[in-house]
Design a protein around this ligand. Structure first.
Ligand code: DON
Length: 422
């Protein structure tokens, strides 16, 4: 059987390819040379499979799509507090190149607008400008899965015309938030924007964010979960600049656009998406890119707020076994997060145990988050100490206490069959 997914992407590509509106960015002279008809879509799953349609190998400069990754590196290098002391997280509702600071804090409002991105670049670890950029470029390369070169022509072209960004760099220095030389900071930022990628690279980079910071193909942990949460949050509120509200309500995928014509989106736990086509709308977002994301979100139920999982289904059912050692077995299913574990605990605590042994069958559970682990351990403790029952955990995949957490007060079994044997 041929997978229908590439055919679906090809159909979205064909339909959105009919859009001819918008204009190629020309404020960086070299960008104006882009072929306006180039169009690619790529989708990378969190297990590293990439689907693509159109010119997915065509290379272009990453531009502002670099900003979330640089923010991630700064957070990893300096820690959240130090970064937050320099750059805010509030949406500005302004264009990307607005020369502005938050009047209350004197800081750039967020790391997705240029003022914040220049400052974020300065927070990347490195003893000088070259070391900073090389650390950044190599990290980007690990996220994409192979070395990413810089486009010297685009860099030279933007560097010669980047007066607005230089004004921002000097402004940041003048108000005392920028620690390094302002010209170095802006030059590094422009170099960062000139790193080249194709749509497959970008989809994989977005999928690394969607995958909790683990690069899907190499399995390397690039960013810790707390960093990823911060990056995705800021992408959600600030990633699409003055179109952020419209984007969140219609598409609902944490995203970032770039003036070269790309848009990346990272849907947590599911996929990374990248679309490239150079004609931009009045907000600086790719016209075909926007439409393609709208289609993917709508057709594939990818809106962040479309939470379909029903918390009540965590407890699949309960029964009491026959035999010498009657056991009340609670069959649990799905990923356990707060809502799921709450419904499970409510059902289990609604009445006293029906047997002197209580078992939780976790065979059909794939993941238990930290809060659910803590709640479940407490339930086990109380069943053991208050209700005086023996507690058994049937956990063949070791999903409870996955990260070395001890499970006191309970005996582990590997299969439900062992209930009758023990
Ligand atoms: O700062 C600039 O002007 C560019 N190098 C990057 C801007 C960009 O991609 C804004 N995105 N929509």
């Amino acid at each position: 059987m041929r997978s229908p997914i590439p055919d679906y992407l090809a159909e979205v590509h064909d339909t959105c390819g009919e859009l001819l509106g918008g204009a190629v960015a020309d404020y960086i002279p070299e960008l104006a040379a882009a072929d306006p008809d180039t169009f690619a879509i790529a989708l990378a799953t969190v297990d590293g499979t990439v689907y693509a349609a159109g010119e997915a190998d065509h290379r272009f400069t990453i531009q502002s799509m670099s900003k979330p990754f640089t923010y991630g590196i700064a957070l990893a290098d300096r820690g959240l507090d130090q970064v937050l002391a320099k750059v805010g997280v509030e949406p500005s509702g302004e264009a990307f190149n607005e020369i502005s600071l938050d009047p209350d804090t004197g800081q750039p409002r967020n790391p997705m607008i240029n003022a914040g991105a220049i400052l974020t670049h300065s927070l990347v670890e490195g003893e000088d400008a070259d070391a900073r950029f090389e650390h950044l470029r190599q990290t980007f390369s690990r996220i994409a899965g192979h070395p990413l070169p810089m486009d010297e022509d685009v860099f030279t072209s933007e560097w010669a015309t980047t007066h607005r960004n230089l004004a921002m760099g000097h402004m940041l220095k003048a108000v005392g938030v920028l620690d390094i030389d302002p010209v170095d900071a802006v030059e590094g930022y422009v170099r960062q924007c000139s790193i080249t990628v194709n749509c497959r690279d970008l989809a994989m980079m977005a999928a690394t964010l969607a995958n909790g910071g683990v690069q899907p193909a190499s399995g390397e942990l690039i960013f810790r979960r707390r960093v990823v949460r911060q990056v995705l949050s800021v992408m959600t509120t600030c990633g699409m600049y003055d179109a952020a509200g419209d984007w969140l309500t219609t598409v609902g995928i944490p995203a970032k656009s770039g003036v070269s014509g790309g848009i990346i989106g990272a849907l947590p736990g599911q996929v990374g998406i990248a679309v490239f086509s150079p004609r931009l709308d009045e907000h600086g977002n790719s016209v075909r890119g926007l439409r393609a994301f709208e289609r993917l979100s709508r057709d594939m139920g990818m809106h962040l707020m479309d939470v379909t999982r029903d918390a009540r289904t965590s407890l699949r059912g309960s029964y009491v076994t026959d035999g010498d050692h009657p056991t009340e077995v609670h069959k649990v299913q799905g990923d356990l997060r707060f809502a799921g574990v709450e419904s499970l605990v409510r059902a289990v605590s609604a009445q006293p145990p029906r047997a002197s042994r209580v078992a939780f069958d976790l065979t059909r559970v794939s993941e238990i988050d930290d809060v659910s682990t803590r709640v479940l351990l407490e339930v086990i403790r109380r069943l053991h100490l208050d209700d005086k029952v023996e507690v058994l955990i049937i956990d063949p995949d070791h999903v409870l206490g996955e990260h070395g957490v001890e499970v006191p007060y309970a005996r582990r079994l590997h299969h439900v069959r062992e209930l009758t044997a023990s």
